[in-house]
Design a protein. Structure first.
Length: 425
């Protein structure tokens, strides 16, 4: 999976090659498919997920599921997961698999619901600030789980079947909503999750669970009501397209003044971002997927991240990269996570003029950008460096390719199909 298995230090080498043009496919959302893979643990049998991206996080989650007792195959963007009966599932796996990505946390709800216990290392993932797990553990405790955590491990058990409850999340956490939703579908009685996350990926997980036989009301709203069932069955489900990957290709068209169609992009999942892109000067057609025609020069706008349907925090590095090329001054505000401006130093190496102050970044657009050697600290920070590299004169080398591989299905190949000069070296 991913960009390949080239030995040694790997970098993306990018040289500007004019406006990008053509069509590209985003494939399934990373933040949906990883949770949907975990959801398969809730039912014995053969599950099929289609439109799955070929990324390293899917490979890691596949390995995790295999350690838990499943059989996983992947070919032609179709993932087949064969899940044994509950007695044959193992409620633990090696530490490195949990530490490789934060999404590993979502096996906790399904394993507690199905096996009555789970033991796991604290999850890892992108390094951009503190993201506590108490939203997960508090909700599962309210459903009857008992946690005995250490500084590095989580251990939880249930005496019997989880029981339905009413729980209000302190913050509409995407991953916590996923975890509690998956636990609740097999819990005894009715569960209500208030202040639930409303992201399209949460709704898509709910659609998969409904196909498996779950009873869920309120998908797409901040209040989810679940009537637990005794048993679920395996199902086939198509993963929704990745809105952040879609945004990356649209941003590449924006900054280079090109025209790119993302054939499977869902405009209804990206309304606020598309509004901001239009304000930046883009012409956007949503008749078939999303087609964006970039302006001769990006216009400045102010942007603040908020929970869905607001501008997602994952968009912010990509937006900042576009605004670094703008014709004026913009302010970008991060309301969700601390420590998520680390990529700014890398953009500054490329000539960007950006000042940060707490949760704010003041972006002075410039046409004096240039190629440089930069580091991808996380998936979207790497994407920001790539976007600027597509028009910055000279050659840009982006190291930390392993982060990009976690979320992008053959990013260099897809950019080359649009006319970019991008190589893995």
């Amino acid at each position: 999976m991913g960009f390949g298995n080239t030995e040694g230090v790997r970098r993306l080498q990018i040289t500007p090659n004019g406006p990008l043009s053509g069509s590209v496919t985003a494939y399934g959302a990373k933040n949906a498919v990883l949770k949907q893979m975990a959801a398969c643990l809730l039912a014995s049998g053969v599950h099929r997920l289609t439109h799955v991206p070929d990324i390293s996080d899917v490979a890691t989650m596949s390995e995790l599921l295999e350690h838990l007792g499943c059989t996983v195959t992947f070919a032609d963007h179709v993932l087949q997961i064969t899940v044994p009966d509950a007695q044959s599932l193992r409620p633990s796996a090696p530490e490195h698999l949990f530490q490789a990505m934060r999404a590993s946390l979502v096996v906790m709800g399904p394993l507690l619901a199905r096996c009555g216990q789970v033991e796991m290392a604290l999850p890892g993932g992108d390094d951009f600030g503190t993201r506590p797990i108490n939203f997960h553990t508090d909700g599962l405790t309210a459903m009857g789980a008992t946690f005995t955590n250490s500084s590095a491990r989580i251990h939880a058990t249930t005496e019997d079947r989880l029981r339905g409850t009413r729980f209000t999340l302190e913050y509409p956490s995407h991953t916590a909503t996923d975890n509690l939703l998956m636990a609740a579908v097999l819990a005894e009685g009715r569960t209500v999750i208030d202040n639930a996350a409303r992201e399209p990926e949460v709704e898509d997980l709910g659609r998969q669970l409904q196909a498996m036989g779950a009873h869920i009301e309120g998908l797409g709203t901040s209040r989810l009501a679940i009537e637990g069932v005794a048993e679920l069955t395996a199902a086939t489900h198509e993963v929704i397209p990745d809105r952040v990957v879609s945004a990356t290709y649209l941003a590449a068209a924006m900054t280079t003044g090109g025209e790119v169609q993302v054939t499977d992009a869902r405009a209804d999942h990206m309304e606020m971002l598309l509004r901001k892109m239009r304000a930046m000067g883009a012409e956007i057609d949503t008749t078939s997927g999303i087609t964006l025609r970039g302006p001769s020069r990006v216009l400045p706008v102010d942007v603040a991240t908020l929970p869905y349907p607001g501008v997602a925090t994952d968009y912010k590095p990509i937006i900042t990269a576009m605004l670094a090329t703008a014709s004026g001054v913009s302010v970008v505000t991060e309301n969700l996570f601390d420590g998520r401006f680390r990529y700014v130093d890398e953009l500054i190496k490329m000539g960007a003029v950006i000042e940060t102050d707490g949760h704010h970044a003041v972006v002075h657009g410039t046409n004096q950008l240039h190629g440089a050697d930069v580091l991808a600290h996380d998936i979207r920070a790497g994407a920001a460096c790539v976007i600027v590299g597509l028009l910055a004169p000279g050659t840009t080398h982006v190291s930390g390719v392993e982060h990009l591989e976690r979320g992008y299905d053959d990013l260099p190949g897809r950019l080359r199909s649009l006319g970019a000069k991008v190589e893995l070296v």
